[in-house]
Write a protein that binds this ligand. Sequence first.
Ligand code: MG
Length: 388
Amino acid sequence: MRQIIILGSTGSIGSQAVEVARRFPDRIRVSAISAYSSGEILLRQALELGVERACLADEQSALAFKSAFSEAGIELYSGERGLIDMIDEAPADIALNSLVGISGLMPTLRLLKSGRNVALANKEALVTAGNIVMEQVRKSGRMIIPVDSEHSGLFQCIRGENSEDIRRLILTASGGAFRDLSLDELEKVTVSQALSHPTWSMGRKVTVDSATLMNKGLEVIEAHYLFEIPYESIDVTLHRESVVHAMVEMKDGSVLAQMSVPDMRIPIQFALLYPERESCPASYLSLVEYGSLTFEPIDTNRYPCLRLARYAGVSGMTYPAAMNAADEVAVTAFLDERIKFTDIPLIVESVLEKHKPLPGLSVDEIMEADAQAQSAACAVVEKLAGKG
Ligand code: MG
């Protein structure tokens, strides 16, 4: 019986992971779950799964739900500190980390340090602190099994290959909600338009990031650290159908591709059951039904965020952390209808230009860069919002 912790169990990825656990009750036992503030859903999940431990990261919510959890005989942890305590105390072989934002960093490091494998859906841990996280992977001898569809694809292709034989990684991008709009039209898009993704159903932040292609930029940085491949050997291709998730070009010219229908249950289940496979309720892929698959180059004029992310990745140090923080502030401001969609890359660029980098070798430095970039981004948002 495999024991797992699910961090962020009420979100899009987390709730699908709960569904996987419920489908394999004799294979997976969930020992602990966490959410930010959705106490009601968390309690319902805890009862369904029979977990002994749960955590609400938002202390106000934890206070409000304290007695309900205690009546159910479930130990409730609260706050960021409580989350770390729960990680230390819950029995687990593997943890799914689907926390949103940089709050996923410390739990990732703690999980590895305490000898657990991490099924990683949180992008920010590797983006902001890739060197620190991979150092912890090496020290602990544990592994990261990526959950993001592209990285799960790369991971599956690369299994059993020698890393020296890999020539190039290719990530595919659907192009997001606005892939067919003109640059003029992009100026006027609304929040609800940005939130309707053509092929994937996901959380709000990642859906907007998919429309700007910042999501793909973050994924390039993740792939760089996870697979130790230089940036110039990681390409991105526009692939509208989201059927080929990633490709690996080997030095002999063979290209390995991982394909499936776009359904996150496949990579989530793969990570939780790794290295075993089981059938999954997602549909099987019929290439004949698709008839044809298309691949196009990316127009970086349309998608300045992808260029900025590459710039931040290549610059290293705390540039990726600063970029991530700036993007988070910018996307929030867009979702709050304070800025235009096309302001998002302007904010990121302005923060990167002014960023005073730190070496980024400690979590403290990463957090400092994050805080500085957040306040710099807020200042730019104020300026842009004031103009409107
Ligand atoms: Mg992805």
